[in-house]
Each structure stands twice: as C-alpha cells, then as structure tokens.
Design a protein around this ligand. Sequence first.
Ligand code: NAD
Length: 485
Amino acid sequence: MNGLDLLGPQQRGLFIGGTWRDAAGGKRLDVIDPADGSVLTDVADGSVADAVDALDAAVAAQASWATTPPRERGEILRTAFSLVTGRAEQFAHLMSLEMGKTVAEAEGEVAYGAEFFRWYSEEAVRIHGRWMQAPGGGSRLLTIKKPVGPCLFITPWNFPLAMGTRKIGPAIAAGCTMVVKPASQTPLTMLALAAVLEEAGLPAGVLNVVTTSHTGEFSQTLQADDRLRKVSFTGSTGVGRVLVRQSADQLQRLSMELGGNAPFLVFEDADVDAAVDGAMVAKMRNMGEACTAANRFLVHRSVAQEFADKLGKRMGGLTVGRGQDTGVDVGPLIDERAVETVSQLVTDAVHDGATVVCGGAVPDGPGYFYPPTVLLDVPVESEINVQEIFGPVAPITTFEGEADAIRLANDTEYGLASYVYTRDLARTIRLAEALEFGMVGVNTGLISNPAAPFGGVKSSGFGREGGFEGIEEYLETTYVALPGG
Ligand code: NAD
C-alpha cells in the first residue's frame, strides 16, 4: 500500500460543482517526494478561470445548503469521519509520501484531523440564537444565527489533512459552501478528502477544490468578488498579511491562523524528566514543522545543563530517514529551501556563541533531511530565537527568575502556542495570565485538541478553530427587535 490508491486518475484533477475535471488549459503540477526529490505524480494546475468556476459552483449551492436541515449536514460529516478513520492507513501513507512525515506521525494526524468532522457533526445541531426581555422591559430581543456564505480556504503543507478538516468541518456544519486551495506541495491528501466527502453524500458545489500554482492571481481574483464572504487561511504571517489587505475592498470576514514562535519555559521547580518528555513532543512533532512547535527553550540557569544533556541524548538517538520506512522517527523537511533556512539559523547561532549538544550538520543527499539538533547557551538576540525555525532544532537560552522568563517569552511578534513546566500552582496561574499567547500548555507538550479553541494573537493572527468557538467563525448574527407582550 502506498496511499496513492485513494485517488483514481480523474481525482488528480479539480473538483468543481461535484465533477472531477482537468484544469482549463490542461496544465499539470508535479508533486515531489521530499525523501528523494523525485516526482510522485501530478495534479491539475488550476487557472484563474477554474477558480471563478469553483466560486460560481459554491455560490450556486449556498442557498439550498443553508436550508438543508442541520441533522443532515451533521450526518454527512459523521459519515465522512467514519470513512476517513476506516482508511486511516491509506491516508497516512499518502500524506507521508507527499509531505515526508513518518507514517506513525501521519496516522496521528489522520486521527486528529478526522475528529474535527466528528466534533462538528455534533455541533451542527447545536446552532442557536437567544431570546431575552429588553433590560427596560417592553420589547423582546431575538437573535438568529445564519451561515456566513461562500468561503475561501487556503491551507499549508505541514498538516495536509487536519488544516483542511479544521475549516471544512465547521463550515459544513454551519451551512456554508466553500472553495479550498491546498498547498501546492501537498495537494493529494486534500483531493482524497474531497473524494471521501463526495462519497459521504455532500451535495455538488458545497465543497470545491482547486489545486494551483497561481496562488497570487487565484486569491486576488476570488477576494475581489463580492460573492465571496469569508476567507480562512492557515499559513505564514507574510501571506496572511497579503490576504488581509486583499479582503479590504469587499470586507470579507477573516480567520488567520499564522506563524508562531512558541516559548517552552522550564522552571527550577520543574520535573526535568517530564519537561524533556514534553519537549520531545513540542519540538519533534512533525519534525518541528508545526506552528505550535517549541521554538525557544527558556530554561532556568540551575537546570539548563541537565535539561540540555537529557534532551540531547533523546534527540540525538532518533533515526532519520524516509517516512514510510520502519524504524524511522524523523522524516525529511519539505524542500531544499527549508533545509537551507534551518541550517543557516544553526550556523548563525553557533557563530553567536551557542554550543552544539547534538546534530547540526546537513547529511549528504538525496532528500531534504536535517538531523535533530540541540543548541545550548543561545544568546537571546540570535536570529534562531526571533524567527520561526520550522525544523528539528531546539535552541536553549537560560533565564534567572520568573519576571525575566515572562519578559523573554513575550518578547516576540508572535503569540500562538506557549509551554510551561513548573510544579507551582500559583506560578502556573500567574504565567497563564501574563503570557501573551493564544494557548498555554502546562506540563504538557501537546495542546492541539479538536474540542479546544486553537488560535493566536499578535502576528499569529486571529480567529479560533476547534471547540465551540470554531463554528462561530462561520456564523453571522441577525438581531430581531420584537414588541413586548
Ligand atoms: P505559506 O504561507 O507559504 O503557504 C500557505 C498557503 O498559502 C499555501 O497553500 C500557499 O500555496 C498559499 N499561498 C501563498 N501565497 C499566496 C497568495 N498570495 N494567495 C493565496 N494563497 C497563497 O505557508 P506554508 O509554508 O505552507 O506553511 C507554513 C506556515 O504556516 C508557518 O508559518 C506555520 O507557522 C503556519 N501554520 C500556522 C498554523 C496555525 O494554525 N496558526 C498551522 C499550520 C501552519
């Protein structure tokens, strides 16, 4: 099994208005295996005309989808959940092939990603407004929730399934139609997901998928169209800013899930072994290619050496290789540019005075591999502490006291995930309140959960995905003023 069998030849095309078809003009886009740089297969390279067709289809389907009973919308999601989980192994192989992560890691993403369908199948039937008497008596206030309308979803390559289901699940539940553009590096998983939703009975036009390399023209054209009512984007802060600007003329509603620079704080009272366990997850999940990845390890001076030695031993013991091979813990990075970026950050940190505890050297090719690396005594101002690393490198910087730790942690433009290791409850509460991040993990390295509101502040964006909050991104409120009885 290699997962490619999830897709028939037609399903490597565009999915528009319930039909699989070629791109207008017939162009194709290669999908590369990051483990050796070879071409896995190709998919349609959609044009701007295809993008407009996809929006036409979403607009045409909107009215009837909005009035489809919530239970029916939920049942389609529940069926899709069962289909994805029933084919978890195939999905995991497919994702591993196009993205590089290990099959075990990809299986984790399938479970996590599918869960958004189950969660929102349950939320579809709990959309309701409120009724109240006006404070001064007399009139009554009624609110009604309605779907936002046709949406545009743009997703990144690092979690090809889950970053899609986090948007598609609540949008289907809320009664919205959509055009989805997956990352051009990892289009296959999204196409396989579209095939599953079609099989689950999703009506034609509710979900449309356009794979394309013409990203700028694609988003400009759709965002200039006043029929598009919402954009939800997961990706880099730079591209997020472009999409926010492009939304201004039509005032589209926005959800922006952008980059991160997560601090991982280890205090002097922490259980260091537990902190190392947590660090392995927070750093090594997805080879460090996660917006939630611990980016800066801020460790109290008194436990820094012990933490570095133990983390170095664990990270240095991981096996790097092709994600589909047994015994491999760490797959390749997404492309050559990613390896160059990570490698440069490490070189600069060492130049700035950091010590290499393990890793630090790019292996010979083929493939885009970088070894798990731990750096100690990284100066605060080193670029590796400023920028999102997006690779398996753990830079450790020491601090002296709690106030120092909070100041360092907040000293970033980003505000997505943060992690805290301490056994002091009062300190935990102080930190949860003082850290300027959308999410705080306490004595855990894993915070992602479909039932929780995932999202950031500052340059990490706005809006929440998952939980009760996630469906609100796809609902508008109408207030109805009524006379009193
Ligand atoms: P990216 O911003 O380069 O690309 C993301 C998506 O945007 C891709 O589909 C890409 O093709 C598309 N795109 C690029 N330019 C575009 C344009 N002008 N118009 C329309 N679409 C355009 O990001 P990436 O490298 O794919 O993903 C990594 C980034 O995503 C990291 O910064 C990471 O932190 C972030 N991320 C954030 C979250 C979150 O929930 N906050 C989750 C995962 C990844």
